[in-house]
Design a protein around this ligand. Structure first.
Ligand SMILES: [Zn+2]
Ligand SMILES: [Zn+2]
Length: 319
């Protein structure tokens, strides 16, 4: 049985997934902590298209002229609003969360910059659809051709028998002009980076501290396949990562070196392909408290025995 691997979308959140901005979260700017923004409040502030235009113009001005702040009159002209009272009202609605006054003008806060980036990347709008079409991989459960599809900002790989192999969110801007295999590669790159960051205790989306955990069927607080599995959940932005315990090995230097020695660089394979990700038989829960999961990595009759602890840390065993 091949576990579904990737970011978890259970429909409870507007945008799930790791590796992309999910929208307004607080940040840290020049050592001054901004207050955390309630998403509902933040989106309410962006309910008027004029306010989105203001954010866009501030971002454009910053890009074009590398200026930090734009004066009130200049900004009003750029946005194209004649009524100065109306403009001031909307600008004030953006103050604190998205825009701050500085050096006699206005500039974006870190949250403002991230929000504009997300809007430009199309995270909050609908993207195109590509596929489904076969890609250069086989289903590790049944051997059928793997099939990829990109829809609604999400890249998914499965087989005609509905074995889910991989799923990851990717903003439409990243997918523009790309072929489906390119989108799959990019999604895999994002996934590898997200796993690395998650295991390092950093939310891949918003950089808040997170606690990566390896869970078994007994201690999974939110039961989901696969188990044993890697779970990273961010309390700050709601981003999460759900995958098999093999994900921890995917970014481990010792495992990567083992594959290189056998002339099969891990980077050249799809993230769902290595046996330690695809094959439950390579994985065994040997201790529960503290948790220890043993994973056997084997190539050409040579083997590497590794253990993964409850926080996803991988160590090579000498046995
Ligand atoms: Zn299959
Ligand atoms: Zn986060």
């Amino acid at each position: 049985m091949t576990p579904p691997a990737g970011d978890d979308a259970d429909g409870s959140e507007a945008v799930t997934g790791v590796g992309e901005s999910r929208g307004p979260t607080g940040g840290d700017e020049g050592g001054v902590a901004e207050r955390r923004v309630d998403p509902a409040e933040a989106f309410a502030a962006l309910s008027d298209p004029l306010r989105v235009d203001i954010l866009r113009e501030l971002a454009t001005a910053h890009r074009e002229r590398a200026v930090e702040s734009v004066g009130f009159a200049d900004l009003r002209k750029r946005v194209g609003v004649r009524d100065s009272g109306r403009f001031r009202y909307h600008l004030n609605e953006l103050r604190d969360n998205f825009v701050r006054k500085a050096d006699g003008g206005y500039r974006l806060t870190v949250t403002g910059v991230e929000t504009v980036a997300a809007i430009l990347a199309g995270t909050y709008t609908h993207g195109g659809t590509l596929g489904p079409e076969p890609i250069d991989s086989e289903c590790s459960a049944c051997g059928a051709d793997a099939v990829a599809v990109y829809r609604d900002g999400r890249c998914a790989v499965s087989c005609p028998d509905d074995h889910s192999l991989f799923a990851w969110s990717l903003p439409p801007a990243a997918a523009a002009d790309a072929t489906l295999p390119e989108i799959v590669s990019l999604a895999e790159l994002h996934a590898r980076q997200a796993i690395e960051r998650g295991l390092a205790g950093v939310c891949p989306k918003c950089s808040a501290p997170v606690e990566p955990a390896v869970v078994t069927e007994r201690d999974d607080p939110e039961p989901a396949r696969p188990v044993p599995g890697l779970r990273v959940r961010c309390e700050t932005c709601g981003g999460r990562l759900v995958g098999p315990v093999g994900f921890c090995l995917l970014v481990d230097p010792a495992v990567a070196a083992f594959y290189r020695r056998h002339d099969r660089p891990l980077d050249d394979r799809h993230v769902w392909e290595p046996a330690f990700v695809a094959d439950d038989e390579t994985v065994e829960v040997v201790e529960r408290d503290p948790l220890r999961v043993d994973v056997e990595v084997a190539l050409d009759g040579d083997r590497l025995a590794v253990s993964v602890d409850g926080s996803g840390e991988v160590s090579v065993r000498e046995d």
